[in-house]
Design a protein around this ligand. Structure first.
Ligand SMILES: [Zn+2]
Length: 319
């Protein structure tokens, strides 16, 4: 670094210190509130695929971070088979419960890799694969998950959110999901929300967006609202593979620009240092599952290790 640049840096640091001091004097109380970040993950692993960098950077600067797993990711027969060392057509409810336990342990240890605590994970325990039908159903209809046969929230390593707060689980109903989310937003008072994007190819990811958006509207949320993309269509991400030195790219696939339905460049790009990208890789590796018949699964997750994370702001124009 040259002397001239060093002087420039020192001057901007001084201005920053003055500005920070002034903001402490003149700013309203809510603007000096420390950042509180909530990352909503439809399944355990989505939080690190989309937001590992956001999580570790926020924790490093002393912000409060909570990861909310909306399901336990237990509706995935090929993964249950891998964990149970069984054939896919041999797995039963106990194997799906074992998968749920396995994936919660993975989320807790991934959070540890990012500098968080296991307690920063909140598990809602809604049915994997059924968030879309829950969102589309009437408020009081109870859904039974086809693999676990459960019809109410549960968690394995820790209590599910509803049980921990109300002493009993919540039925798998549209109104329960929305009720839990409204309560959470009210108690956590986030300044930044992250959730999967509405253009995602996985119905649970789209429904997670709809539910969190509706809950945010219900509580009159005024903070930042960002979305991240996991199952982008028709293919995502680019470039493929672990490329910690390269940014995400938009590419043409069969004449169509990917990712579908989203502006490019994305409105927010958050750079990751090389060290942060390596930690992101480790946190994704903490989610490794021997998925039967899908050897490409882990590699696809690791392809999200880039020199940045990218986010969209779909609600910015409507608010
Ligand atoms: Zn997912």
């Amino acid at each position: 670094m040259s002397h001239k640049r060093l002087r420039g840096c020192l001057r901007s640091m001084l201005l920053c210190v003055i500005a920070t001091g002034l903001s402490g004097v003149f700013a309203q109380p809510w603007s000096t509130r420390p950042a509180s970040i909530v990352v909503f993950a439809p399944h355990p692993d989505d939080e690190v695929i989309g937001c590992a960098g956001i999580i570790m950077q926020a924790l490093a600067r002393g912000a409060r971070v909570k990861v909310v797993a909306m399901t336990s990711g237990d509706g995935f027969p090929a993964a249950a088979a891998g964990v149970a060392h069984k054939a896919v057509d041999q797995v039963g409810p106990d194997d799906f419960f074992a998968l749920s336990r396995f994936r919660q342990i993975q989320s807790r240890s991934a959070l540890g890799i990012l500098g968080g605590k296991a307690d920063d994970l909140i598990v809602l325990g809604y049915p994997d694969g059924d968030l879309g039908s829950l969102y589309d159903s009437t408020d009081d209809k109870v859904i039974r998950q086809q693999f676990t046969k459960k019809n109410e929230t549960y968690a394995s390593i820790q209590k599910d959110y509803h049980t921990s707060v109300h002493g009993k689980p919540a039925a798998y109903q549209r109104s329960s999901v929305l009720g839990d989310l409204v309560e959470l937003l009210t108690s956590l008072q986030p300044t930044e929300i992250y959730v999967t994007d509405e253009s995602d190819g996985h119905i649970d990811h789209r429904a997670a967006f709809w539910f969190v958006r509706d809950a945010a509207k219900q509580v009159g949320y005024k903070g930042a609202f960002y979305t991240y993309l996991v199952h982008g269509l028709p293919a995502w991400p680019f470039p493929t593979g672990v490329t910690p030195n390269l940014p995400f790219e938009s590419r043409k696939v069969d004449g169509e620009l990917a990712p579908r339905g989203l502006p490019w460049p994305p409105p927010r790009r958050v750079p990751l240092s090389r060290e942060q990208a390596q930690r992101k890789l480790k946190s994704i590796q903490a989610h490794n599952i021997p998925v039967v018949g899908m050897p490409e699964h882990q590699g696809e997750m690791e392809s999200f290790v880039k020199s940045e994370e990218v986010f969209w702001t779909p609600l910015a124009s409507s608010r």
